[in-house]
Design a protein. Structure first.
Lengths: 273, 165
């Protein structure tokens, strides 16, 4: 199918198309929401003040990207954007599991023993992947989604460049820095695979031209890019230690994230904002 | 002045809440204005996706246009059909930005390239990038070694891909 679907009303007329489209949008929205939430927990705690400005700016913008996808879902009749972000149960979430992982031990309310190496590796891995996925949907058959992808792609180079620089600098820094980065890379290697996947409707997404390349090609492109920056590539294939977030499988860390994120929303679900 | 021009004249007076004296028109955020008797429909293009000022802008624009005596109601809609880029900022917008110590974005920018701008105060090119991220998503923080002033610049954003459907 090379036909362009220009509006939500047209997308709603084809049940198969609508289902694959919504699934893809939930992945995009939930990925950005969770990594932005973990980023927001770092506010005021980054290694230095310039980084605090940078990381919070990236995080705020990423949250804005998530909001655009939730708005597209709202247009498709999936429910109100705010409720999609705050009110869905863990098993309804589609983010990659690695993105919900806690920043470290403790919480920012008490004693946050967060790990900067995790922040750098996670954000670099994710932003590298985000670019590939966005490019795959920038000419998507669903025009409103393609428009949003093009918008995000204009802002995203700044995010990716930031984390790539951190990776390169820490990768050629002290022995301690190198080791801590390498440990987090090894950990990510065992957990990142589901982020690169499109879930159970992957074939529909590709055949309906919602994405212009399939998940295998996305993964190959990601590996190629990562290998150009990493000093040492872990042996063995990428794993998904805790299952696949694309199928609604998640860890307790997601529950903790959602409870914190939606604490105000849950305290009074009918309040006007 | 016809009604269409009257609406545009108003839009040139509605400032960005975070950039006083720089109008939403001069920032290149107005996509089009459609009149239907007493109803005004304005399509606007958001700057950065994560910009929290968009809602305020929507309210300010609506209120300002509805002040026109012949306008019954004004509807503002942000559209993603067109992507805002810093190339859309008008020359007047660039002059106004400088008055606030914010350098306009560099021209002919290619995504991913390093960029530099002259100091908005003394116009020296002896400047350095302090932080590509600044107080808002659209701004960066720089320093002028000639006049010893810190300043900000609008971060260039342009379409990185030439993708046609």
């Amino acid at each position: 199918m090379s036909k362009l679907i220009e509006t939500a009303e047209l997308a709603k007329q084809d049940a198969t198309y609508l289902q694959a489209l919504k699934e893809l949008l939930f992945q995009l929205a939930d990925d950005d929401l969770l990594i932005a939430f973990r980023g927001s927990e770092w506010l005021g705690l980054a290694p230095h003040v310039e980084e605090d400005v940078a990381y919070s700016s990236i995080t705020q913008n990423t949250m804005g990207h998530a909001a655009m996808y939730y708005n597209l879902l709202e247009e498709l009749g999936a429910g109100e954007a705010d409720i999609l972000a705050h009110g869905r149960k863990p098993e309804e979430r589609r983010n990659g599991i690695y993105l919900e992982k806690r920043n470290g031990e403790g919480t920012y309310l008490d004693e946050p023993y967060y790990d900067w190496a995790l922040a750098v590796v996670r954000n670099y891995f994710y932003e590298t992947f985000k670019k590939i996925k966005l490019e795959a949907i920038a000419t998507s058959s669903y025009k409103p989604l393609a428009n949003v992808a093009r918008k995000v792609l204009m802002e995203h180079p700044y995010h990716l460049a930031h984390w790539k620089l951190w990776m390169k600098q820490l990768g050629s820094s002290s022995e301690e820095a190198k080791k801590r980065i390498q440990d987090r890379i090894n950990e990510a290697w065992a957990e990142f695979a589901d982020v690169l996947e499109l879930g159970s409707l992957a074939n529909d997404m590709r055949s309906l031209n919602l994405v212009m390349i399939g998940e295998e090609e996305m993964k190959d492109k990601w590996l190629e890019e990562i290998q150009s920056v990493l000093v040492e590539i872990p042996v063995g294939p990428l794993g998904k230690k805790y299952g696949s977030g694309r199928n609604g499988e998640h860890t307790m860390d997601l529950e903790q994230a959602l409870n914190t994120l939606a604490e105000v929303y849950n305290s009074d679900k009918t309040a006007a904002w | 002045m016809n009604k269409h021009d009257e609406v545009y004249a108003v839009l040139k007076t509605v400032d960005d809440p975070e950039l006083p004296s720089v109008s939403v028109y001069d920032l290149g955020m107005v996509h089009d204005v459609v009149l239907n008797e007493q109803e005004v429909n304005i399509k606007m293009v958001p700057t950065f996706a994560g910009c929290p000022a968009l809602e305020f802008i929507e309210i300010k624009v609506k209120k300002a246009v509805e002040e026109l005596s012949w306008v019954g109601s004004c509807h503002v809609q942000f559209t993603m059909e067109h992507q805002w880029s810093t190339d859309a900022i008008t020359n007047k917008g660039k002059i106004e930005l400088k008055k606030h110590g914010i350098a306009p974005p560099p021209e002919n920018y290619h995504p991913g390239d390093k960029w530099m701008v002259n100091c908005p105060y003394c116009n020296s090119d002896y400047t350095s990038m302090e932080n590509v991220f600044g107080p808002t998503a659209c701004r960066s923080i720089l320093y002028c070694s000639a006049c010893k002033n810190p300043f900000e610049a609008m971060k260039p954003v342009v379409q990185p891909l030439n993708l046609n459907h």
